[in-house]
Ligand binder design. Sequence first.
Ligand code: MG
Length: 250
Amino acid sequence: MNNDVLDITPGAIAAAIGEYCRRHNCSWQPRAALIDMDGTLIDSMRSHAAAWKRMTDREGLSVPQDEFYLYEGMTGRATIQMLWKRDKGYVPTDEEADELYAVKGGYFNEMPKVPVMPGAAQMLRTLMAEGITRVLVTGSKQLSSLNRLDDDFPGAFPHNLRVTATDVAHGKPSPEPYLKAMEMASVKPEQSIVIENAPLGVESGARSGAFVIAVTTGPIPASAMTAAGAHLVFPTMPSLAAAIQCIIKN
Ligand code: MG
């Protein structure tokens, strides 16, 4: 079966946008796409989950590997401080947490280079052709991933339009990363489309006031994305890529 199909009907897209505009008392004039990286642009979440599992096992925790998909979007430091508080009864200092995160990052780098998410490049090309500003919004500071963006997606993400873990005091699910992205792009929430694959990222986007599109590229079901505030949920990136022009021009 061809994956590159419009899985969500134009009618469903129009209904979701209409409902969003009624609630936000706005007309539909999208100007910027604020786009997550891991699990959205690159197919990295399996490797991240495995690296998290290896590091936390080494430290004596026993966290199921799939649980790390739930924390996707949080900064590494916040994830470690939350897990250590829960499972070890104390909160590591920022410095201790950053050291542990560096170990996890090293394990990630030992794994094979992760592939680009199918459909991501096509979606970005459509956004560029339609004159939509693109802003990268990631909780990551994994340089091996950030440094390859220019090769994987030439021209898609200007260097002054990137929000990473080092740019915010509070990572996702706080709205801060997406609000920061809007400030960088000089756009209002109702002119912004967030594209996310993780519930905490969806929540961050929804709290920022943007129109939020979720893509279920991992084990988390669509119902969790809707519960987190997604206005539209696509099953794959190719299906979103096929629909993005319809969404922009609605
Ligand atoms: Mg993600």
